[in-house]
Ligand binder design. Structure first.
Ligand code: NAP
Length: 316
């Protein structure tokens, strides 16, 4: 009776990824929940798996449009927009794409730290705009190697960031719910204020979602101090963004490198007036190689579900 067991959902799905999913399984596409709701009831009843790609909320209301849903296979490791408790209550499994993106996200975190501390965007502009002969050198910028770095959340990505910063001869401090095996890095429990007080650079790599909202609080930002730099590759929600903006505007911290924002892709315009921030459009995993690996893992989870095999990377 099932004709189209797979729903490909999310306008961000590339043509190549969509074609690969469609070649593997009879599929129907909806770019958003309005389009999903507009599908006829029989088509919706046939759907057993959703290949999901998006940063908009997928809760029980959306799930109830699909009475025979078995799995939501997320494109991405962060699944804070999928309400997992709603899925579990309906017997729906959720999968994500961990590990395959760790390197790229860690690379971008380090790149933003270097770009911010070494004033690389202003340097590029000085050469590109032909201002170098008249204006000469940039004001001296900030040494990165040998500093002290604090990682908020020593998970899969946080660990990769720490390993890279250790190669920059940095002393590593971190917070996590549990102490990790490390080469002697300093553990601060869950105390981000203590972490911030101890370091020059604070790199945020914790998961998003309601439980971690404003983990980097106003107090933690104040504790980081006027030489402190924040890098965030996690989610905009994990930092008190208003407090960070206040601190950046007042020079209470030195700068920030940010790949994620509250309410993105809309970004608080207060950021645009600042010359002590480096801003990126949530592109941590955005390389050809990694996006392909993510797509393959998402497809593997869909296929496992539809063939009755164990899921590759379940989260519930
Ligand atoms: P992970 O290994 O599952 O966890 C990262 C950290 O989050 C861990 O240190 C973990 O603490 C902590 N954590 C998890 N749940 C928590 C809770 N309820 N309260 C407090 N801490 C909690 O995740 P990952 O694979 O490294 O990914 C981290 C995040 O990076 C993703 O969730 C996503 O939001 C973000 N991300 C961003 C991009 C980008 O393009 N910028 C790309 C990929 C991922 P413990 O160590 O104590 O378990």
């Amino acid at each position: 009776m099932t004709r189209t067991p797979l729903l490909i959902m999310g306008g961000g799905t590339t043509a190549e990824d969509r074609a690969r999913l469609e070649a593997a399984h009879p599929s129907v596409f909806a770019s958003n929940f309005d389009e999903l709701a507009a599908l006829d009831a029989e088509t919706r009843a046939g759907i057993r798996a959703v290949a999901y790609r998006g940063h908009y909320r997928f809760d029980g209301t959306g799930m109830d449009l699909l009475p025979n849903l078995e799995v939501i296979a997320n494109f991405g490791v962060g699944y804070d927009q999928i309400i997992v408790s709603d899925a579990t209550a309906r017997g729906v499994k959720v999968t994500n794409t961990p590990d395959v993106l760790n390197d790229d996200v860690a690379d971008l975190a380090v790149a933003m730290l270097l770009a911010q501390c070494r004033n690389m965007v202003a340097g590029d502009a000085r050469v590109r705009n032909g201002e170098w002969p008249a204006k000469g050198e940039l004001p001296l910028n900030r040494k990165v190697t040998g500093s002290t770095a604090g990682i908020v959340g020593l998970g899969r990505i946080g660990r990769e960031i720490a390993d890279r910063l250790a190669a920059f001869k940095m002393e590593i401090h971190y917070t996590s719910r549990t102490e990790k095996e490390t080469p002697g890095w300093t553990y601060h429990g869950s105390d981000v204020v203590s972490l911030a007080r101890a370091v020059d650079f604070l790199v945020v790599a914790i998961v998003g979602g309601p439980e971690t909202e404003k983990t980097v609080s106003r107090a933690a930002i104040e504790a980081l101090g006027p030489r402190g730099v924040i890098v965030n590759i996690s989610r905009g929600t994990t930092i008190d963004e208003a407090a960070m903006l206040d601190a950046l505007e007042a020079g209470a911290i030195a700068g920030a490198g940010l790949d994620v924002f509250e309410g993105e892709p809309e970004v608080n315009p207060r950021f645009f007036a600042l010359d002590n921030v480096h801003l990126q459009p949530h592109q941590g995993s955005g390389t050809v190689e990694t996006r392909r690996a993510m797509a393959m893992l998402q497809l593997a989870n869909v296929t496992a579900c539809l063939e009755g095999q164990p899921l590759k990377t379940p989260v519930n």
